[in-house]
Write a protein that binds this ligand. Structure first.
Ligand code: GUN
Length: 283
């Protein structure tokens, strides 16, 4: 049987059309959702991502502000700007694009963003709320993966979910979200012994490591659902994931491609979180 291709572009388009409607409703109530993105320095990849966020936000009808700061910006200056935006009534979401220049302590900046405007879901208050099942803003990539699994009707109840990678941005929040849906969750990582024995237990396998070719047919149980969060470059500079996609096609029941899988969901969930933040603040 041919596997289901979990198409992030399709899911994104469907979610964005609902978000556009929600944006319209908020505008009619007198509040245009507002997103502020702070970009420090000259990282070209960051600039590209920020431009994609701007385009996506404006296409939905959001108010968007880009705050561009030079590489030499001090931590105190950046913290002052974040605090200003915390107080602005027309701004619902604040995102400080990472990575920051080395002289700035990222965690201090993340913690300066008001948890109510933390559309990345990185603030310890939101991380903590997620871990005890309280409502709050959730990290975009794992939240987007949950939306994809829901869209394609992947049943998680009682299933073995294995996540490879334990980052604060993907692996750990992914585990919390899967646990909330009653999956049996395992997190594997760089020190895991006999990785393939662990991943072969997975009904749902999520790889979020950043190592090209890490997950092969020897790591996957027949019929598994495989989600590839990897964003790597091959020898020719082409975007590829952690998963040997072609060799898994005949083995899995569903799989995300790279590109066109998880990637498109991340910005969509940023837009979703901005709407959630706007609604919450209007309550
Ligand atoms: N840099 C790469 N991905 C992200 C993200 O999701 N949020 C922020 N703030 N910076 C990033």
């Amino acid at each position: 049987m041919k596997p289901t291709i979990l198409d992030g572009r399709e899911v994104s388009a469907s979610l964005r059309s609902s978000l556009q409607e929600e944006c319209k409703e908020l505008v009619e109530k007198g509040h245009q959702p507002g997103l502020a993105v702070v970009l420090v320095g000259n990282n070209q990849a960051s600039r590209t991502y920020v431009n994609m966020k701007k385009k996506a936000a404006e296409a939905l009808g959001f108010h968007f502000e880009l705050i561009e700061l030079p590489e030499e910006t001090s931590e105190v200056e950046l913290l002052t700007i974040v605090e200003q935006y915390n107080r602005l009534q027309h701004i619902d979401g604040i995102l400080v694009q990472l990575p920051l220049p080395e002289h700035i302590h990222e965690q201090r900046v993340i913690e300066a963003i008001s948890p109510d405007k933390d559309v990345d879901g990185f603030h310890p208050v939101n991380v903590g709320r997620l871990s005890i099942g309280l409502p709050g803003l959730k990290s975009c990539t794992p939240y987007g993966i949950m939306k994809m699994l829901e869209y394609y009707g992947v049943d998680l109840e009682g299933k073995n979910a294995v996540i490879v990678g334990r980052s604060n941005i993907v692996g750990k929040p992914m585990a919390q979200l899967l646990l909330q849906e009653n999956a049996t969750v395992t997190i594997a990582h760089s020190r895991t012994q006999n990785l393939s024995a662990v991943t072969k237990q997975a009904d749902v396998l999520i790889s979020a490591v950043g190592v090209k070719g890490l997950i092969t047919k020897n790591h996957v149980k027949p019929g598994a659902v495989v989600v590839d969060v990897g964003m790597n470059r091959d020898e020719e500079g082409k975007l590829c994931g952690d998963v040997e996609y072609n060799e898994l096609l005949s083995l899995v029941s569903a799989i995300t491609p790279v590109p066109g899988g998880v990637g498109p969901m991340t910005i969509t969930m940023l837009l979703n979180n901005t709407i959630e933040a706007a609604r919450h603040r209007l309550l």
